[in-house]
Design a binder for this molecule. Sequence first.
Ligand SMILES: NC(=O)c1ccc[n+]([C@@H]2O[C@H](COP(=O)([O-])OP(=O)(O)OC[C@H]3O[C@@H](n4cnc5c(N)ncnc54)[C@H](OP(=O)(O)O)[C@@H]3O)[C@@H](O)[C@H]2O)c1
Length: 331
Amino acid sequence: MNNKPTFKAFRIKEIDGKYHGEIENLCFDTVAPGEVLVKVQYSSLNYKDALSSIGNKGVTRKYPHTPGIDAAGTVEVSESDLFKTGDRVIVTSYDLGMNHPGGFAEYIKVPAAWVVPMPDNMTAKEAMTYGTAGFTAALSVYRLLNNGQKPEMGPIVVTGALGGVGNIACQILNKLGFEVIAANYELAEESEIKRIGATTQIDCSVSDDLSGRPMLKTQWAGAIDVVGGNTLTTMLKGCKPLGNVTTCGNIGSGDLTMTVYPFILRGVSLLGIDSQNCPMEIRRQIWDNLANEWRLDFDPALIKKASLETLQAHIDRMLEKKSKGRVIVKL
Ligand SMILES: NC(=O)c1ccc[n+]([C@@H]2O[C@H](COP(=O)([O-])OP(=O)(O)OC[C@H]3O[C@@H](n4cnc5c(N)ncnc54)[C@H](OP(=O)(O)O)[C@@H]3O)[C@@H](O)[C@H]2O)c1
């Protein structure tokens, strides 16, 4: 009889070119020098996890695989001087859940260099309510502020404002005293716009300018863009002098076709956002901001709770684009 201790994980398996998820009991691996074993309390569901679960090779190359690009919990075994048993920690991005077994499991074993100490006044559940989406939103705001964006310069447009990154970006900007313009493909309910802290909204007739003009009348002082393509171009063309525009996504398109005029005639800056390889010093600063000055009171209606048992249904809803708000996974 095999009495080796095991733990539960949500595993995606490939059978005859088809992918499906099931809960499996896995054996513990040796924790190597420089690694930590973390008992996961919460994870969260991101679009990348949904892609990993359907065999998207741009996200995950080999199966069977445990998705989950986010995890928060407690260090159980440490083979690193950086952490000790009992430390509360957050692990997001790097290769977690992509090509390294991820947070949809009771335990993860990761390099200590990927691990962030959880701020004292933040719980694992709160950390995962932000997750990678919230971290990316906060990193976008951080980059705007570091490049000189100030509320008195004027309003900031957030594109994809009702999505994972966008809604948290709107709320943080509102908390920091910025006027926020929400940009969605179509106009949304006024109540939804108010709930995320925006004062006004625009739709794609404004945020996706098709006039072909190299510059537009200035209408905003900066932007956080998740859409890319012509929407990002429009944000740059319509930005006031010395304003900043961040780019983190390509929902609309990965292309960027425009002239240099907004940059050389208005001093507009385009700031890239890469949450995956964000340096550890900035990573810690961002989590600290989210636990303190930038802390948000989340609307419980926008947080859905999943378990390993119910995860597949949430993944299916996300792939059908029927999911709203954040899905957190309790282990
Ligand atoms: N660079 C990084 O480090 C990083 C990190 C995290 C995420 N990302 C990227 O950021 C992007 C956003 O992620 P997310 O988690 O926020 O996605 P999400 O939750 O799916 O939200 C996207 C939002 O954009 C809206 N939208 C779609 N097309 C639009 C358009 N043409 N104009 C305005 N709004 C539009 C969607 O509305 P509907 O639902 O009505 O379509 C949705 O509200 C993705 O491309 C993701 O890969 C990048």
